[in-house]
Design a protein around this ligand. Sequence first.
Ligand SMILES: Cc1cc2nc3c(=O)[nH]c(=O)nc-3n(C[C@H](O)[C@H](O)[C@H](O)COP(=O)(O)OP(=O)(O)OC[C@H]3O[C@@H](n4cnc5c(N)ncnc54)[C@H](O)[C@@H]3O)c2cc1C
Length: 351
Amino acid sequence: MAAALRLEQAGIPYLLLEAQARLGGRIFSQPVAADAGFGVDLGPTWFWPHQQRMRRLCAELGCKAFEQHVAGDVLYQQSSTQPVQRSQAGQGMLSYRIEGGTQSLIAALAARLDPARLQRSCPITKITHDDEGWTISATAADGSAPRQFRAQHLVLAAPPRKLLDIAGLSPCLPAGLPAALAATPTWMAAQAKFVAVYPAPFWRQDGLSGQAFSRVGPMVEIHDASATTDTGFALFGFIGVPAGVRSQHAAEVLQDACLRQLVSVFGAQAATPDVSYLKDWAQDAWIVSEQDIGESPRHPELDLSRWLPQLRRLQLHLVGSEVAPEEGGYLEGALGSVEAFRRSPGLFSRD
Ligand SMILES: Cc1cc2nc3c(=O)[nH]c(=O)nc-3n(C[C@H](O)[C@H](O)[C@H](O)COP(=O)(O)OP(=O)(O)OC[C@H]3O[C@@H](n4cnc5c(N)ncnc54)[C@H](O)[C@@H]3O)c2cc1C
């Protein structure tokens, strides 16, 4: 969507084809019904002080960033038989969140794009290339007739491994690139997050930051996920149970286990959230690939430079966090890839 914004701003005609009905991909904030403007992040939450592209995009889009709440003591859950240990407040690492949830960025981006150029529920199923350019076929799951689009330039923004599911694309790519795409992990694709929303920040009232680390699980790391103002309070955790094990249990079983863990770590008040959410990214077919589920997490590093001359001849562009020149896997990396796209000759400039 950031790439589409740059095309829109440059007056270059484009069409954005998104497989899902929802925009944002891994960016996904659940709006909390009772509090307008309070969204809890089930995908990315933070950016960090050195990530200037994120800072600049927030400023450009009018999205407000605020500091992650870290004031207060940190808890450590070493084992299920020992009491939880409390460590005095340290200097937590500075990180930023976006008001309303990271999805605010997506809403602001969408508001700047021409709605007629945004095609949702439009999964690309086939791509071919000939002397005239690119032919893109999209087949919706609802059984409606496949649609075909022609383009001179093609910008691919899906996770690299998902690109390989598109019929016809691999033979169009330069030699060696399909194997490199297959070897590039989709960052956080096999992860799952749990969020519990509370009427009051009882942990803060006890002098706790909301930060907890656990060797017991199911969550291995817990953080405060409250809104910046007093509009909403929440805790969220990264689930450490492997995707293969999660898939064998109903979501409710995992949610119950997360809630019981919050009680064992933060006390009885954690038992009754207003609402809770679980997002298992390993079950999101438009993000995760089979290989992502089996592997240990590692940052993607895909250097496209050796294929750039051929990609330029094909008028083919790759963007997204997995093809980032730096900060691969992060939102910042995805924006870096868009900057590289903008600098590529032949589209934004005619040289
Ligand atoms: C749980 C979790 C926590 C994270 N935390 C952080 C964090 O705190 N900070 C941070 O910087 N990063 C974090 N990340 C990583 C961050 O979310 C990603 O770097 C970023 O969102 C990737 O953006 P992208 O546009 O490259 O890809 P995506 O967001 O994956 O977008 C790809 C899009 O392609 C679409 N698509 C796929 N196949 C097709 C097809 N055939 N046709 C049409 N469309 C298709 C998908 O539906 C999707 O919308 C986290 C990720 C997760 C899952």
